[in-house]
Ligand binder design. Sequence first.
Ligand SMILES: Nc1ncnc2c1ncn2[C@@H]1O[C@H](COP(=O)(O)OP(=O)(O)OP(=O)(O)O)[C@@H](O)[C@H]1O
Ligand SMILES: [Mg+2]
Length: 234
Amino acid sequence: MLEVTGLRVAYGGIQAVRGINFHVNQGEMVALIGANGAGKTSTLKALARLLNAAGGSVRYCGKEILNLPPHQLVSAGIALVPEGRGVFPRMSIVENLQMGAYSRRDNDGIEADKEHVFSLFPRLKERAFQLAGTLSGGEQQMLAIGRALMSRPKLLLLDEPSMGLAPLMVQKIFEVICAVAKEGMTVLLIEQNAKLALEVSQRGYVMESGEITLTGESGALLEDPKVRAAYLGE
Ligand SMILES: Nc1ncnc2c1ncn2[C@@H]1O[C@H](COP(=O)(O)OP(=O)(O)OP(=O)(O)O)[C@@H](O)[C@H]1O
Ligand SMILES: [Mg+2]
């Protein structure tokens, strides 16, 4: 479904992503793990066309997308849940969800999807008219995921959904991510929490200093001595 070849991202003279290759098959959950500054967010931003790649190719469902404007990616079925959530703070939960559906015209479908999001995250329903800026970090993460789901994506890109959240909240959010994946969504999960990411995904890639240094089935990566030493604190 997603085929990344030779992707490069640079900020001025600094090479943040140095020609990486990876792919995500339809229906898979794939983890991209790595330390601070490894280039994970830069990779995701290039995929979502929030920045211009310095080179390489990204094929989505067989079509090159590195030259498309971001809004066309949403219509094509790609949704990003950005690092730091990026909810609209002065809009309510309902309005934020509505924004996620801005490219759609099927009002009945939008209403049904809103109810679906509320069923995944009952907490959001209880607070439907509360301003997003007043939500807790975990609730904002729920909303960011819910908003992404409102575009009915085929491919969900998640940038560190566990960041800054207490264990119980992380567990809740990952239960929903897994539920959505089970419904058939394809997921690319970026995480610094390597253990968690490898536990829920089928395959993983390890990124270091802008390069992919290791890849394999998540179960095997969890057992890999290098991964254990560098990312699992063992
Ligand atoms: N807007 C920018 N301008 C200049 N350099 C940047 C910019 N954004 C990122 N970088 C640099 O690119 C490199 C990769 O950053 P990136 O945010 O992709 O890492 P990351 O793997 O997502 O890290 P983290 O886990 O901390 O989120 C870093 O060295 C960072 O300083
Ligand atoms: Mg990042």
